[in-house]
Design a binder for this molecule. Sequence first.
Ligand SMILES: C[S@@+](CC[C@H](N)C(=O)[O-])C[C@H]1O[C@@H](n2cnc3c(N)ncnc32)[C@H](O)[C@@H]1O
Length: 225
Amino acid sequence: MTEPAYLAAVRESYDTVAADYAAQVKAPAELDPLSRAMLAAFAEVVKTAGRGPVADLGCGPGKVTAYLARLGVPAFGVDLSPKMVELARAAYPELRFTVGSMTALEFDDEELGGILAYYSTHHTPPELLPLVFAEFHRTLAPGGHLMVVGHVGDGERRRPVTAYGGHPVSYESHLLPPARIAGLLGRSGLAVSAELVVAPAAGMTRTFATFMARKPESSSETRPR
Ligand SMILES: C[S@@+](CC[C@H](N)C(=O)[O-])C[C@H]1O[C@@H](n2cnc3c(N)ncnc32)[C@H](O)[C@@H]1O
C-alpha cells in the first residue's frame, strides 16, 4: 500500500523534536492521578484477558511502554519516527521497539492481546482514522483490549510551526469531539466500554479523553454505535 502523504511530515517532525520531547515530556508516573489510574486499569484488563503481547503504538521515547512493562504487561513499542525508536531502545534496552506505522501494521491478524495508542492518533487526518481503527481491529485477538488516549476538541485542526523547544515541525493535529472518536471505534467493530473526558486542569492546556474498547469474541457480539 502506498504510504499516506501526511506521514512524512509526522515522521520528520518527530525525528527533529525527539531528543527534547524525551527530555521534556513526563513519564506516566509523573502524570495526573486519572492518567495513572487509566493506565493501571488497562494493564489489569490486558493481563486478565491474557490474549497476547501488547503494542504501544506511537510509543515515542518508550516511557509509557516501560511503565506498562513495570505493571507486568508484555508490552513492546512501535513508532513512525526512527529517532524516537532509537531513543526508546537506548533508554529501555530490555524492551522491544520497532519502526512502523499504525496505518499499516506489520502484524498478523489477531496477533495482539492489547493495543495502547497514547497521544498518537491525533496527527491522523480524520478521514484516515477508520483505516487506523480497522488496523487495530484486524490485529487484535478476539477478547483483546484497546485503549486510546489523546487530545480532543471541537474538530479543529492545528498547525504548529515549532514544538518542544522551538524545533520546526510540519505535522497537523486534529482535535476531534469524543463522540466522533467513539463512533469511529464502534464502526470499526470494537465495543467501546468506557469514555473519560478530562477538562484542562492546572498545568494542562487541552482537554483529553480516554477510550477503552474490546474486540468482541464473535461478530454477533459487536454493537455498532
Ligand atoms: C505526542 S507523541 C506521543 C509519544 C508517546 N506515546 C508518549 O506518550 O510520550 C506522538 C507519537 O506518535 C507517533 N506517531 C504518529 N503517527 C503515527 C503513526 N501513524 N504510526 C506510528 N506512530 C505514529 C509519533 O512519531 C510520535 O512519536
